[in-house]
Design a protein around this ligand. Structure first.
Ligand SMILES: *Cc1c(COP(=O)(O)O)cnc(C)c1O
Length: 407
């Protein structure tokens, strides 16, 4: 038992709410004297042992227990971050990866073997498609894509389907799948369900509580919140843990303590940042939808968004992402609009404090759904700037003569 009065109070009181837990997970462990709020940054490759017996004992136990044994097998700050993410996602344990994409590809590799079949959401983060093409074909793993809203998944199942890989809301257009229904279907056939929770940031959405076995995410985005670090995370149920952990060790997957420290620092303000991003994105989405040059706006908090009802049922909020299609379908129109923006940076990724704009070709990003009506989307990430300034910026960019509107 603990002597820490705070821990004692927690042990004897009702479970803390998520926002409170976000400030308490993965803090410094007690050493003699007082203690810093945050864990010390320990940079290490070699870990020293008292004698050979000590080394052999740690090596024997390190696959099952969390023991400092070598830099590539983790470090104290990474352990603290793992605990914080485990707490957020409500899982058994978390493994960290050098990028969000590595977290996804390592999950696929850990769950599949030659002859297996995997079903992947049509709305998946696009680089996963490139991985599937390169890796699965070389290793004789079959894959197919299912509609982003989950329609017709059952008919796509095969006797060798081992894994369903979901992403909800989907990349770029934010399609939402009924994850509990997908989990029931998967589990009735002994199939694993993995879900990408980067949009939900472990905070707005809890795939494990909705039935997923594995949740992957890119803390690169909102957990970091400051556009200065890349990282991936995989959190699993107890049953799915060993295969991910073993495979990650075999592949030498690790993260540096400095990067883990940055994500941990960013995570403390997640609950304060997300509502500002969401409020700004909703304002921008509503404003854009009423603009005569805009054909369509994609954002799940809009009441007429196709995923809105499921979003309300399964999510506790939204973030700063939205996408739009201009009425002018010409690529030059979209490019001129993006180039005319002054407060939106042009660049990949999102989740930082700054606003961003990106051009997305939906004919490459989707293969199941027909996107010929809106082949080009402009994805916006609404940062922490004042929404009035952002809307004024959108207005001046749309007002450029070169962006053909219907007015
Ligand atoms: C950005 C992103 C990733 C990949 O994260 P990186 O750290 O950039 O590799 C994975 N999934 C989703 C949904 C993303 O948006």
């Amino acid at each position: 038992m603990t002597d820490d009065p705070l821990e004692k109070a927690e042990a004897s009181s009702p479970p803390l709410r998520r926002r409170t837990r976000l400030t308490r997970a993965g803090l410094a462990t007690r050493v003699d004297g007082g203690r810093a709020v945050n864990p010390p940054l320990v940079r290490a490759s070699t870990i020293l042992f008292d004698n050979v017996a000590h080394l052999m004992d740690v090596r024997r136990r390190r696959n099952d227990e969390r023991l400092l044994s070598y830099g590539a097998r983790g470090n104290p700050v990474a352990y603290a971050l793992e605990d914080a993410i485990t707490e957020l996602e409500g899982g058994h344990r978390t493994r960290l990866f050098p990028t969000g994409l590595a977290a996804i590809t390592q999950t696929l590799i850990a769950c599949l073997r030659p002859g297996d079949h995997v079903l992947i959401a049509d709305s998946v983060y696009e680089p996963v498609r490139h991985f599937a093409r390169q890796f699965f074909e070389r290793f004789s793993i079959d894959y197919s894509f299912f509609a982003a809203d989950g329609q017709g998944v059952e008919a796509l199942l095969r006797p060798r389907t081992r894994l369903i890989y979901a992403e909800s809301p989907g990349s770029l257009a934010y399609e939402i799948v009924d994850l509990p229904a997908l989990a029931r279907l998967a589990h009735s056939r002994g199939i694993l369900l993995a879900a990408d929770n980067t949009w939900g940031a472990g905070y707005l959405y809890r795939p494990l509580a909705l039935g997923a076995d594995i949740v992957v995410s890119a803390p690169t985005k909102y957990l970091s919140g400051h556009s200065d670090v890349v990282m991936g995370a995989v959190t699993t149920t107890q049953e799915a843990w060993a295969r991910i952990n073993r495979s990650a060790d075999a592949h030498g997957m690790t993260v540096g303590p400095d990067d883990a420290w940055l994500i941990l620092r960013g995570s403390r303000t997640l609950a304060a940042r997300l509502p500002l991003h969401a409020a700004g994105a909703l304002r921008a989405a509503q404003w854009l939808r009423a603009h005569p040059a805009v054909a369509r706006v994609f954002h799940p908090a809009l009441p007429d968004d196709p995923g809105h009802a499921l979003w309300r049922r399964d999510f506790s909020g939204a973030n700063g992402l939205l996408s739009l299609a201009l009425k002018d379908p010409a690529e030059e129109a979209a490019i001129r609009f993006i180039d005319a923006l002054r407060l939106f940076g042009i660049g990949a990724s999102w989740g930082g404090f700054e606003s961003l704009a990106m051009l997305a070709d939906m004919r490459q990003a989707r293969t199941v759904a027909d996107w010929s009506r809106h082949p080009l989307l402009i994805r916006l990430h609404v940062g922490l700037e004042d929404p009035d300034d952002l809307i004024a910026d959108l207005e001046q960019a749309l007002a450029r003569k070169s962006v053909k509107g219907e007015r």
